[in-house]
Design a protein around this ligand. Structure first.
Ligand code: GAR
Length: 209
């Protein structure tokens, strides 16, 4: 059984989708813990109700990123995870932290990377006149939102979209995309090639919704 630790900062709807898929599809894995940088993250209540260990490592309690990341790593390592999954975890991680979990740290970002790294992705996609938007699951590297791409989901940008309506459409795609990609990781179906390109065993890595 592979062990997964999920990091959240708030609502945790992607975490929920992963927890539910893990149980419903009988993955060879269990969610060992859900950890948040905010004690009031709504997703912690859901995880606790599902019998999953939860904890909070409040970033505000630490004077700098290095010390916060060290405390976070200590909390994570108590569960000896094979995979660490960032699901709406809204902290920039230090290079040391990223290195510690190299090759077993996944993130989901709400854009079709490499377009729109950083924040306000939906507003920026609408302002740029994009006709497609989406989400990307990638391995985390030290450069923000730049790691090897595992899988992407694309959705249309509709003429009347607001930031909110587009965000909702992308989020629904995330809930299908992220469990699929995490499952591949726990099943050993992913390989990062020397050039940084990720290959999935069956060659499937896009969802068009
Ligand atoms: C998701 O849309 C996720 O892609 C995004 O935050 C949201 C979290 O929602 N992540 C980032 O922007 C990371 N830079 P959730 O808490 O309901 O899963």
């Amino acid at each position: 059984m592979k062990r997964i630790v999920i990091l959240i900062s708030g609502r945790g709807s992607n975490m929920e989708a992963i927890v539910e898929a893990c149980a419903a599809q009988a993955w060879p894995a269990r969610i060992s813990a859900v950890i948040s940088n905010r004690a009031d993250a709504a997703g912690l209540d859901y995880a606790a109700a599902r019998g999953i260990a939860t904890s909070a490592v409040e970033h505000r309690a630490y004077p700098d990123r290095e010390r916060f990341d060290a405390a976070l790593a200590e909390a994570i390592d108590q569960h000896a995870p094979d995979l660490v999954v960032l699901a709406g975890f809204m902290r920039i991680l230090t290079a040391g932290f990223v290195q510690r979990y190299a090759g077993r740290l996944l993130n989901i970002h709400p854009s079709l990377l490499p377009a729109f790294t950083g924040l306000h992705t939906h507003r920026r996609a609408i302002e740029a006149g994009c006709k497609l938007a989406g989400a990307t699951v990638h391995y985390v590297t030290a450069e923000l939102d730049h790691g090897p791409i595992v899988a992407q989901a694309a959705v249309p940008v509709l003429p009347d979209d607001t930031e909110q309506t587009l965000a909702a459409r992308v989020l629904a795609s995330e809930h299908r995309l992220y469990p699929m990609a995490v499952r591949w990781a726990v099943e050993g179906a992913l390989r990062i090639e020397a050039n940084g390109v990720v290959r999935q065993r069956d060659g499937a890595a896009q969802l068009l919704l």
